[in-house]
Ligand binder design. Structure first.
Ligand code: HEC
Ligand code: HEC
Length: 353
């Protein structure tokens, strides 16, 4: 299988690899006069190397002696010359063996462009085999959690340890290693939910993913009105605003925004439309950020984990995430052994940074 979009690169790679080997062999052939002759090393005593202080004439006396290697005729510093010894035979043999190895390797394994190799090896198969072996080895570990209710898993110390590790490996790159999120990536520890915090809802979110879309209004709403609405939205969370603009903003909100965010602006979890009254922000609370959200819209995706993680792993992650907001409520005392999950569970619900 090739990752290239056009067949050209497959042929290109194959031809370059073949030409490389042919060139190496050709090079060896052109140098054959110097190859494989087993020569005794130059003997100082034989008079090949001049006694100290003597100057070797250009071309050297050795050039006239058929049994001795000639020097190259290069002279440095007045008296330093360079012998032109043939390459030792072991080197030639090694060079040839390496060329043969290259040909053999390219016959057996993929490497020559589109040619797949006679062994049919692919690194993707290799990874799949390793993953399957891994899954088989860990299945017994997960088996007991498959039917356990999520709140119960959330009280199981070893499940929380596994959950913490799964989270760090699969989720932390977006939600942060402390699960407190970042602009555009929700905080999972504050008890405030875009889609809902019931165990089944979290399970659904992780399994199937989520896609939150806030439409762009720049075609309908002018910048001035967007700014008025932003003032109104900020006022709902008690943030400092320009009072004179709230009324206009409130009218426009009723026209454009209630459908998703609700008359009371408390949001709609079925759509993932955030509550706009709780001073918890996915993107930020500044006037400019809210104006940008209104005019340009937002589009964010939580990637589905089914197919990436096993159902049992998703269950354990659900319990771990659920516990971040319900640690105290469920009366869990035992802190998870790993890392800071215990601290997270005790963290009070708070606004995003
Ligand atoms: C590529 C980034 C990315 C990764 C990886 C990711 N998430 Fe998310 N997650 C998001 C985004 C973005 C959202 C918000 C989606 C939206 O606004 O519609 C989200 C939403 C969520 C929600 C819903 C929060 C709420 O308030 O309702 C949960 C729960 C969640 N993620 C858990 C996880 C878990 C557990 C993992 C690891 C298996 C994970 N996420 C991996 C980006 C990611
Ligand atoms: C079609 C439904 C829909 C409409 C209509 C809509 N929104 Fe949204 N809005 C959303 C969704 C869904 C999100 C979450 C986007 C995401 O997950 O990235 C959102 C996000 C936001 C945010 C970001 C909140 C945060 O926590 O950072 C603001 C502010 C906002 N909307 C205000 C408005 C205003 C004001 C209007 C009216 C002009 C409006 N929305 C109209 C669905 C909608």
């Amino acid at each position: 299988m090739s990752d290239f979009t056009t067949p050209f690169w497959g042929y290109f790679v194959g031809i370059v690899a073949m030409l490389g080997i042919v060139w190496c062999l050709w090079l060896l052939y052109t140098q054959r006069r110097w190859l494989g002759r087993s020569n005794a090393p130059p003997r100082r005593a034989s008079g090949l190397l001049p006694p100290e202080g003597a100057l070797l004439p250009r071309g050297g006396p050795a050039a006239k002696d058929a049994n001795q290697p000639a020097d190259t005729g290069h002279v440095w510093d007045g008296d330093l010359t360079e012998l032109n010894n043939p390459v030792p035979r072991w080197w030639t043999v090694m060079y040839l063996l390496m060329c043969l190895f290259a040909v053999g390797y390219l016959l057996l394994f993929p490497g020559l462009g589109h040619y797949a190799g006679t062994l049919g090896y692919t690194s993707a198969d290799d990874v799949r085999r390793q993953q399957e072996a891994q899954d088989t080895a860990t299945r017994p570990l997960y088996a007991r959690y498959e039917a356990m209710p999520v709140p119960e898993i959330a009280r199981d110390t070893s499940a929380l340890e596994i959950g913490q590790r799964l989270f760090l490996n699969n989720c932390a790159q977006c939600h942060g290693s402390d699960a407190k999120g970042a602009p555009g990536f929700p905080n999972l520890t504050d008890g405030d939910w875009l889609y809902g915090g019931a165990p089944e809802t979290i399970l659904q979110t992780i399994t199937k993913g989520r896609h939150g879309v806030m439409p762009a209004w720049s075609g309908t709403i002018d910048a001035r009105t967007a700014s008025d609405i932003a003032d109104y939205v900020r006022s709902l969370s008690g943030l400092g605003v320009d009072r004179s603009r709230i009324f206009n903003g409130k009218d426009a909100y009723a026209t454009y925004c209630v459908a998703c965010h609700g008359v009371d602006a408390k949001g709609n979890q079925a759509l993932g439309a955030p509550n706009l009254t709780d001073d918890v922000w996915l993107y930020g609370s500044s006037q400019r950020t809210i104006e940008a959200t209104i005019l340009n819209g937002r589009d964010s995706r939580m990637p589905a984990q089914e197919g990436v993680l096993t159902p049992a792993q998703i269950r354990i992650l659900t319990a771990w995430v659920w516990r971040q907001s319900n640690g105290n409520a469920s009366g869990v005392d035992a802190a998870p052994a790993a890392g800071n999950a215990g601290d997270l569970a005790r963290a009070p619900a708070s606004g995003k940074p």
